[in-house]
Every structure is written in structure tokens, then in C-alpha cells.
Design a protein around this ligand. Structure first.
Ligand code: IMP
Length: 434
């Protein structure tokens, strides 16, 4: 048996969806543990249109796998119903009982989305660039103990009591932000119908996961966003509102940290960021534009163009430490092809001195000077995309991978060379490592 956690090591969008889809073949259960519909996991199955999931774990695309939305997640009921309908319409998730949604997960209410939007608008140029999915306001309510959990949502007759007082506070804030007030009846209007749709999926997800662990099942934990967006360790305040690190799988589902057998860290062969915030290796020139175009770097959730830059090993080293990464997965290696000389950021300097660790403030991170090492690029051709073994990669591409491995001191066990399931070099299967 094995419990494998897959997490992003950058600012999200590392290609985790595809990697989780590949690894789901070896898992009995696929479990999401944090975030919500701010995530967008794109899976390319040969011979069909790519499928994007935001809430339902990627394992839904593999017949027979049980998929779980964990207690640490925030769930937008309308988005979840739409996604279930989309997946069922595409021929997935049709067996009853395949999806379990934790009755402890917090619900994203319409006022959370309204507040997210109103606050971002009020911030003007200082906005975070959130996905506007209501994630931050929902998690604020959770911490303030004013939230609505799925178990509460399923009892609409009790809900008015619970959210009435909170709505008064929210209306005061909406007034302040120059927005229209919300009426309790309007907020509750859709709840009964949504509750009836979601009830068959609701249950104790933590209990299921612990029981399945005890039975020796293979469990894959699907991370969302990335280490640099973590609320405690990321580039605060330009972060999401949850813990995005591997350890969050334990607190979300409720099991001990020693149960995790392998942490897989996913990093793109270059770096991207969507939304505002510091980005030391950003390339605001035609090379950045080339990566955006070749890599199709537009948000899967919001469609926004992603900012692009060179691979940042200083930031990755930090992310590897934060997660205790055992196994690395490098994605989109094919996208870097066609660049003569590649720059690799190997460390940061601050006021001329090498910097140990990762700066706590945006101001300090904006001041760092990345130290670059220039490495040889490889030709832009199809042979890289069709490589299924490490030896089939062009020699400079192999050296690039080996350099990353040596600088981070973690083995690269998977390499992705294209969007499809089969465009993957699996050197070492994380489920068979322990
Ligand atoms: P929020 O999670 O919608 O509150 O957005 C906060 C920050 O996290 C913004 O910079 C978003 O662009 C970023 N973010 C949230 N989810 C993702 C994701 O799945 N991929 C990449 N960036 C994300």
C-alpha cells in the first residue's frame, strides 16, 4: 500500500492535473484536500477534447476509482453540480457512490463571490488578482466560525438562523464598498434545490480515507495551487487562502503525518504566475511571450494570460524543503525546446550578498537579484514530444533535467513532454517506491 501526495512547487499551473491523471491509474482512491474551484486541472486524453476539472478530483476520469472532496476544501455548490453534470455527460462518474463530498467541507455562498469581486475592485492597482471564486471570503468565514458546512447546507430549514446574522455584517461591508445589499431570501433561493442534488454525495470523507488506509489501499492526494501560493509560506499577501503544502493532506482529512509514503513535487521546466505579486525570474520580453505561446499559458480557470520566466531553482529549493519532496516531476520540457541558451536561476543575491532562505516580504523578494547560469538549449522538433524514455531526449535536455536533479538533490522520477496521458516518461513510479 502507498499514500502518495502530489503538490505544486511553483505558483500553481505546474501541470499537476495531467500528472495526477497518469498516477491515478495506480491508485484506488483520489482525494482532493484543499482549495476549491480556483483550481483548474486540465487532462488530455488522446482522441478527445481536454477536460478541465475545478472541484472533482482528476481520478474521476479513470473508471472504477473512488474520488473524494476532503473536509479542508471549499465547495461552490453551483460549480460542483455543473461539474458533475459535465463529467456525467462526457461518460465519467456514472456509477453511484464514485464521488464522496465531505460533509465538513465549507460551502462557497453567493456573498463570498460577491465580496471577493467587490474587494478586488476596491483595491484597484493593488489587487491580488484572485480567481474571483469566493475562496478567500469563504475561508475567512470558516476561521471566524461563521461558515456553512455541507452538513449545514443540507438542512436549508436551519440555514436562515445560521447565516442571517452573518449577512447583516456582510451587508454593512457591501455598503462600505458601494455594492448592493443582499436579501436573505435571495441567498436562500437556490439552496433547497442544490442541497437535494448534493445530498447523495455527502458523507464522512475522513472516515472513508482512514478506513481505506487501514485496508492497505493506494491513495493519491491531489494538491491544488502551489507552494509559493501557500497562505503561510508563499509570497504573502499575493497568495491563496489555504495551505497548499503536502502536510495539508493530513490536517484536511484527519490522519497522522507518518502515513504519507511519498511526496511528489511537480514543477514546470520554466516558471509561470497568474495574478499579481513578485516574480524574480519573470521575462517581460519576446522570450517570455514565446513561452506563453508555445506553452499555451492562459489560465484554465480564468483564461488570463500567465506571466512567464526562467526556472527558479532558489524558489524551488524552498518549495522542496517546505513539502519534504521525495520525488520530482518536471513538466512541459517540450515547451523549452527551440531556445538556444537557457538561463537557470541558481540562487538569489540581496545587496550583493548571497541570500539564504526565502524572503518574508514582497519588498525584499522584489529586491533580490537572481543569479543565472546559462545552459545549452535543444532544438525545437517533434522528437522530444515523442520521447518515452529518458535516453530518447536530446542530450542538452537530459543535461537540463540532471542539473535540476543535482541542484535540488531530489530525483526526477517523471518527465512530461506533452499534454496527453502518453506524453510521459515515468522513470520511477511513486506508488512502488516505498
Ligand atoms: P484565490 O485563490 O482565488 O483567492 O487567488 C489568490 C491568488 O492565487 C491569485 O494570484 C490567483 O491567481 C492564484 N491562484 C489561485 N488558484 C490558482 C491555481 O489553481 N493556479 C494558479 N494560480 C492560482
Amino acid at each position: 500500500m502507498s499514500n502518495v501526495v502530489v503538490v505544486g512547487l511553483q505558483w500553481g499551473d505546474e501541470g499537476k492535473g495531467k500528472i495526477i491523471d497518469v498516477l491515478a491509474e495506480f491508485a484506488d482512491l483520489v482525494v482532493r484536500f484543499q482549495g476549491g474551484a480556483n483550481a483548474g486541472h486540465t487532462i488530455g486524453i488522446e482522441g478527445r477534447e481536454p477536460i478541465i476539472t475545478h472541484l472533482v478530483p482528476t481520478g474521476a476520469l479513470r473508471p472504477g476509482k473512488q474520488v473524494v472532496i476532503g473536509p479542508g476544501m471549499v465547495v461552490d455548490p453551483a460549480a460542483l453540480i455543473e461539474e458533475i453534470d459535465m463529467l456525467q455527460g462526457a461518460g465519467f462518474l456514472s456509477e453511484p457512490g464514485r464521488l464522496l463530498v465531505s460533509d465538513r467541507a465549507h460551502m462557497v455562498m453567493p456573498y463570498h463571490k460577491l465580496l471577493d469581486r467587490a474587494r478586488e475592485a476596491a483595491k484597484g492597482d493593488a489587487k491580488i488578482g484572485t480567481t474571483l471564486r469566493g475562496i478567500g471570503p469563504c475561508l475567512e468565514d470558516k476561521a471566524a466560525r461563521s461558515g456553512v458546512r455541507l452538513a449545514d447546507f443540507l438542512r436549508p430549514e436551519k440555514l436562515a438562523e445560521r447565516i442571517g446574522p452573518r449577512l447583516q455584517e456582510i451587508n454593512a461591508v457591501l455598503d462600505m464598498l458601494g455594492q448592493q445589499r443582499l436579501r436573505l431570501d435571495d441567498v436562500l433561493a437556490d439552496v433547497a434545490g442544490q442541497a437535494a442534488r448534493l445530498e447523495p454525495f455527502a458523507g464522512d470523507a475522513g472516515l472513508l480515507v482512514r478506513r481505506q488506509m487501514a485496508r492497505g489501499r493506494n491513495i493519491l492526494f491531489e494538491g491544488a495551487q502551489g507552494a509559493l501560493l501557500d497562505i503561510d509560506h508563499g509570497t504573502y499577501p499575493f497568495v491563496t487562502s489555504s495551505n497548499t503544502l503536502a502536510a495539508a493532506a493530513c490536517t484536511s482529512l484527519g490522519f497522522g503525518p507518518r502515513r504519507i509514503d511519498c511526496v511528489v513535487g511537480v514543477a514546470k521546466a520554466y516558471t509561470t504566475r497568474v495574478g499579481a505579486g513578485p516574480f524574480p525570474t519573470e521575462m517581460e520580453d519576446d522570450r517570455g511571450e514565446m513561452l506563453r505561446r508555445r506553452g499555451g499559458e492562459f489560465g484554465a480557470t480564468t483564461g488570463r494570460p500567465r506571466r512567464c520566466g526562467w526556472l527558479d531553482l532558489a524558489a524551488l529549493r524552498h518549495a522542496v524543503e517546505l513539502n519534504g519532496v521525495d520525488s520530482l516531476c518536471l513538466t512541459k520540457l517540450d515547451v523549452v525546446g527551440g531556445v538556444d541558451r537557457i538561463q537557470l536561476c541558481t540562487g538569489y543575491r540581496l545587496q550583493g550578498e548571497p541570500l539564504e532562505g526565502f524572503p518574508a516580504t514582497v519588498e525584499r523578494l522584489q529586491q533580490v537579484e537572481p543569479e543565472y547560469e546559462q545552459v545549452e538549449g535543444w532544438p525545437e522538433d517533434d522528437s522530444l514530444g515523442s520521447a518515452r524514455e529518458f535516453e530518447a531526449l536530446a542530450a542538452p535536455a537530459r543535461r537540463y533535467v540532471q542539473k535540476v536533479e543535482a541542484m535540488l538533490n531530489v530525483p526526477v522520477d517523471m518527465i512530461s513532454v506533452g499534454p496527453g496521458r502518453n506524453d510521459t516518461i515515468l522513470l520511477n513510479n511513486p506508488f512502488r517506491r516505498s
